[in-house]
Unconditional design. Structure first.
Ligand code: DX5
Ligand code: ZN
Length: 214
């Protein structure tokens, strides 16, 4: 069964209670985008906002960190209650650093994910696939909501699905960026287990939009 993880980057904070009520009723996870204005050309929010979101929801918190210092930032958001931390392979020096961050997150009983930007090949993360709980395929250049879906990224989803099957890996496949009523079914058919959706879900009737992705 596909999971829907709405990205609160597009939540209307002036209508917080109403929108959170809808998310709590209809979504499976909450996607929380952390941007540092360095790894990506945008700033989002800190651990305090995650703490408040967790007061308003029991949903699984899927924290996507787009930052240049993932080790420190991961710690702050684990302290704030993240259930899963996904960091970018492009933000670390090498596989050794990636493996030690994965180990650190797991030792805090938190799930861990690794993400690849559109121009990064799955080959870069293949040595890590037996260690992570989730792989996040970016279907837009990270940094902003409301961008168009890059359909070529579905090849990565298919490759990850094949690698998982042939190696009996345990990760789930999540896609993020430009998911809507047309691109969501394509991503599902390619093999995604979780769909992140921001502007599409928060830009209309939340219940209808989430159901249209299932
Ligand atoms: C972009 C973020 C996404 C974004 C998705 O860098 O990682 O999670 O909020 O927003 P939409 O669904 O509007 O593309
Ligand atoms: Zn995201």
């Amino acid at each position: 069964m596909i999971k829907i993880s709405p990205s609160v980057l597009s939540l209307d904070f002036t209508n917080f209670d109403k929108q959170m009520e809808e998310i709590n009723k209809h979504a499976d996870w909450i996607h929380f985008d952390v941007m540092d204005g360095h790894f990506v050309p945008n700033l989002s929010y800190g651990p305090k906002i995650l703490e408040d979101i967790k007061k308003a929801s029991d949903l699984f918190c899927d924290v996507h960190i787009m930052v240049s210092n993932p080790r420190e930032v991961a710690t702050w958001f684990m302290d704030a209650g993240a259930d899963l931390i996904t960091f970018h392979i492009e933000a670390v020096e090498d596989l050794t650093e990636a493996e030690s961050i994965i180990k650190m997150i797991k030792e805090r009983d938190t799930q861990v994910g690794i993400s690849v930007k559109p121009n990064t090949s799955i080959k870069e993360i293949e040595p890590l696939l037996n260690q992570v709980d989730l792989v996040l395929v970016m279907s837009v250049e990270p940094g902003f909501g409301g961008q168009s879906f890059m359909v070529d990224m579905l090849d990565k989803v298919r490759d990850l699905k094949d690698l998982r099957l042939s190696n009996n890996y345990k990760y789930v496949i999540e896609i993020d960026g430009g998911i809507n009523g047309d691109t969501g079914p394509l991503a599902k058919d390619a093999g995604c287990d979780i769909l992140v959706a921001g502007s599409y879900v928060f830009g209309g009737n939340i219940e209808e939009k989430i159901n249209s992705l299932r």
